[in-house]
Write a protein that binds this ligand. Structure first.
Ligand code: ATP
Length: 248
């Protein structure tokens, strides 16, 4: 069935083992060509949302749809096949391998050589640093550059939605700015992004839509610029004053 959303998480309840539920009726929807950002206090369940979306954690109830197709209960491999690619928190490049080898790991499920070549051209075009350092050892790159290699790897399967868990973690402000620029480039190249960030203000400045998680549900959602300008949200979640409005 056609849907106006690429990814829909609806009424999701999820948790770990016998512990109390972490997500308690959460609904998040990602439209095409959009960066949606999840913000919220530590332990609110932001990473858990991404684990549910990528099949790492099966929800106890609720529905997951990708482009209208019900994918609830799919394992990670099937979720990848359905179009959800997960870039995990922290660094996942193999430092002893080249940039090329790291990126090609993302193509392991592809068999058509012409398609692989087309995807390589696509990611090299999108991330010029990846093209420049193609034969370099990944361990020789900076943290921000390694993150771009992870982004490139995640795009090899032509995902509908990329799930990004704390891409700025451990990066200095300059590297963070570059990584967020690449997030926008991914969106502009046609991939929707569901982004989780500790650095809530910076992430909302990049995102189109924002969702504030609290107590396992979406507390408030809307255009990221409106969330940034909301004084109560700024106080509670963004560490201080609201963003200065750009229009009067
Ligand atoms: N593998 C796990 N096993 C058991 N409990 C877990 C596991 N992963 C997360 N939790 C618990 O689930 C809750 C939500 O964790 P989650 O990592 O989703 O939150 P978060 O909003 O991403 O937080 P943070 O910003 O600190 O990363 C926390 O109470 C956490 O301790």
């Amino acid at each position: 069935m056609a849907s106006e959303y690429l990814l829909e998480l609806e009424d999701i309840e999820a948790g770990y083992g016998r512990a109390a539920l972490v997500l308690r009726g959460l609904t998040v929807k990602v439209p095409p060509a959009t960066v949606v950002c999840l913000v919220g206090p530590n332990g609110a369940g932001k990473s858990t949302v991404l684990k549910v979306a990528s099949g790492m954690l099966t929800p106890r109830s609720g529905t997951i749809r990708v482009a209208g197709q019900d994918v609830t209960g799919f394992n990670p491999q099937k979720m990848l096949g359905a179009g959800l690619s997960h870039v995990l928190q922290g660094h996942s490049v193999f430092k002893e391998m080249s940039v090329e080898e790291n990126v090609m790991l993302g193509a392991y499920s592809l068999t058509d050589r012409a398609e692989i070549a087309e995807r390589v051209d696509f990611v090299k075009d999108l991330f010029p640093m990846v093209a420049e350092r193609w034969k370099a050892l990944a361990g020789a790159l900076s943290g921000g550059q390694q993150k771009q290699v992870e982004f490139a790897r995640s795009l090899m399967v032509r995902p509908q939605v990329v799930l990004l868990d704390e891409p700025s973690m451990g990066l200095d402000p300059k590297a963070t700015a570059i990584v967020f620029e690449q997030v926008v480039r991914m969106r502009d190249a046609g991939t929707a992004v569901l982004l989780v960030e500790q650095n809530a203000r910076r992430a909302l400045e990049t995102a189109d839509l924002g969702c504030v998680l609290d107590l396992g549900r979406v507390h408030i959602s809307g255009p990221a610029s409106e969330l940034l300008a909301d004084p109560q949200l700024a106080e509670l979640y963004l560490g201080g004053r609201p963003a200065t409005p750009t229009t009067t």
